[in-house]
Each structure stands twice: as C-alpha cells, then as structure tokens.
Design a protein around this ligand. Sequence first.
Ligand code: SF4
Length: 449
Amino acid sequence: MALTGLDIFKLLPKTNCKKCGMPTCLAFAMQLAQKRAELDACPCVSEEAKNKLDAAAAPPVKLIKFGSGDAEVQIGQETVLFRHEEKFHNPTILAPTVSDTLSGAELTKRIDAVNALQFERVGSHIGAGAVVVVNDSGSDATFASVAKTLSQSVKLALILCSESPSAISAAVAETASLKPLIAAATAENVDEMATIAKDNKCPIVAKADSLEALSDLTEKIKSLGVEEIVLSLASETLREQLYDLARIRVLALKKAFRSLGYPVLSLATGDTPDQQIASAASLICKYAGIVVLNTTEPYAFLPLLTTVMNVYCDPQKPVQVEPKLYTIGEATADSPVIFTTNFSLTYYTVEADVEASRVPCYIIVVDTEGTSVLTAYSGDKLNEKAVADAIKKTGIEDIVTHRKLIIPGYVAVMSGKVEEATGWDVLVGPRESTMLPKYLKEVWCSSGN
Ligand code: SF4
C-alpha cells in the first residue's frame, strides 16, 4: 500500500537542511508521496529508511520479464482491481502449446501455425506473445531438442513446461540466453528448480493447489535466491480459477500480501478451441498475466487478442492515431485532400475506404484527442481553428497546388467557417466514409480535378 506523506516523513532525517531543494523534510515527504520527487534527491537519508521506502514503493504485483530482445514480454506491475480506477498496465500474454511428442512434418506444421498467430488491428500489431513447449514425452533429450528447435524457429518468448528438474535443466542448457520462463516449481521439486532458475537467471512459475500452499512456495523460492516468480494454481474448473485469480489480486492490492504479489499463469480450460476461447476470455478479464491455450486456431486467437487489446487500453484515453498528414497511394500535387479526426477507428475506416477507391489521396488527421468527427465537433475539439492549424502543421500547402479540402459530410455546417479560416475551397464529402470511393471517382475525378 502507498505510504502517506506523514509515513514518509517519519523515515526522513528531519534536519530541514534543504539539500533536496525543499524548505523542510515534511515538504519533501509530501512531494515524494505525490510522486513529484525522487528519494535520491535527499543525500542524508539512511540506508535502512531507503530500503523501507523502496519496498513500500514497489508495485503490489511484481513486474516479471521473460524472453529476450524483440521477443521479451512483461507481465504484472498492476495497481488496481478495476480498470476504470486507472488502467491495467501489462497486457495478458497468450501462449499456444507445442508438445514435445511432435516431430518431423507434424512439428513443422505446428511451428508454422504458431508463427501465423500475428495480426494487424486498427494500426496495431497484435499476436501470441509466448510459446509453451510441453514435456509430454517424458524424455529429457526430446524436450531439450524441441525447445531448441522452437528457440530457433519461433520469434516468441519461451515457456518450458515440465515438473522434472532434469528435463528443465536439459532444455535450459539449450535456451538460457533467451531467458525462458521455467514452469513449474512445486513443493516436491522446488530446491532443484529454484537452483536452475537462479543459476540461469530465469524467472520461475510456482505451482500449488491452494493459495496457502502457493504462498508458502513463493516464500521458499525467494529464500533460495529467486525473486522473479509467476504464480499458477492447479484449479480444476474455470469457476475455481476465476475465484482464485480474484482472491490473489485482492490480497496483493488491498492487503499488501507480498507472498502472492506476482502475476499469474492460467490454463484455458476445455477440450475444444471453442471452449478454450470462452474460458480464456474470462481469464483475460479477471487478471491472468499469461493464458496458455492448447490450440493454434487463428479464429481462437484473434477475438482473444482483441479482448486483451480492449481490456488493457487506457479507459481515459481513446485509441488514437498520430495527428499528421497521411499519404495514400502515389499521391501528387493534384491529389485530393481530405481531413478526418485522430480517433483510431475513424481514421482506419476512412483510410480503408480511400484505399478502396484507388484514388491517391492525402488525409490530414486533426488532433481531436482521439474523438470521432461528430463527438469532436459537439465538444468543440473539431472547429475551423483546429483544421487551419492542421493544414499549417502538415505543410500540405507546399505539397499540393490546388486549394480544395474535402470535409466529412457530417460537419457540412463547418464549411463557411473553414473556408474563412483556411482560405481553401471546401467540398462537402459524404456523411458515411463507405461512400468515399464513389465520391472520389464521380465527384472529384469527373469534375476535372
Ligand atoms: Fe530533509 Fe533530506 Fe531534504 Fe535535508 S535533503 S531537508 S534531510 S529531506
């Protein structure tokens, strides 16, 4: 739990020496509590106080990173129970499985299917973030071999799934430089697993069948020198999983229960992709840091990735595109100029319709703080001044030789004021952007432009 200004003040030297730039220690403490100052600014604070303050400032759910380079992913560091209180920070990682019983063409096919789980959605790249190699074979050598193959052919973070220390040791020997997540340490194997994790600087999953046992296990792992921990509960049903996920989050956030202050790995339940989609969607909504799916069906992943995107976007900030000039096709000095707003969905709808017209175009995106055309107009975020500013900032006047601006049909009422503010002739475009291809071909092109 966050410390108050008075809590922090009690840990400061109370000499009012002003070296931190504040007139008193109390003033500095208040600034620290509001996260407007850094503790390092006080050169006189004791090591003991520093450790206490650092511990208190640590997020209630620890940030865990695994994978390396472009494939590195991070989970945890969450601070709220409900996203409307602030936002959720690190999106759930979706991880398909690859069994080490696969070989030859079957293994290649599965790897190709895993690699295909990458998509574009409203200008953002989304996709599976990790791949889980499962030691179904029971053989250390086979497990290590498939883990090595995956590390070379899949550009995703790796999760090594076996409760056999010798199998994990063999697989880590082939993949340690990629910082795989080791899954999992249990009460039975914790000493050996923690040693492997510590020696190879890999994070580790702690797996138990109750919260009490899980809390004991994380304490044991920490005592063995491993701080990077992910939780996993062997819950039988989706109902139990959701209940446990909620209890872990509440205990970490509201009770500052450090033993369970880690992100959670959950398994999507169900034998079919359809069942797994349903359970995975629920797990994403209720705090799972990683969801493992035993399928590589794109129709399962795409809606789940969309769910992740929606749950983890900032509820106080609409999804936006950068306000600037976008060039569609081989636009020239004679090409039409359209404006729209920087609400992501609005922009990408307009962009798709302009592309469909096959008429090269310039689209000026006006900064309306991520709101759509009508919302922005109603809130006075889209007005003649905003349009005139966007025209100046984008430099479009040096790019095209004409001075004709196509505006959205919904804001035809702005025409006169936009003409006055910009000096451009306004052409009122269609109300719906789906009509843009017809408009550009029939109105723009056929009117001699
Ligand atoms: Fe107090 Fe430290 Fe600031 Fe000095 S530098 S006034 S001791 S907080």
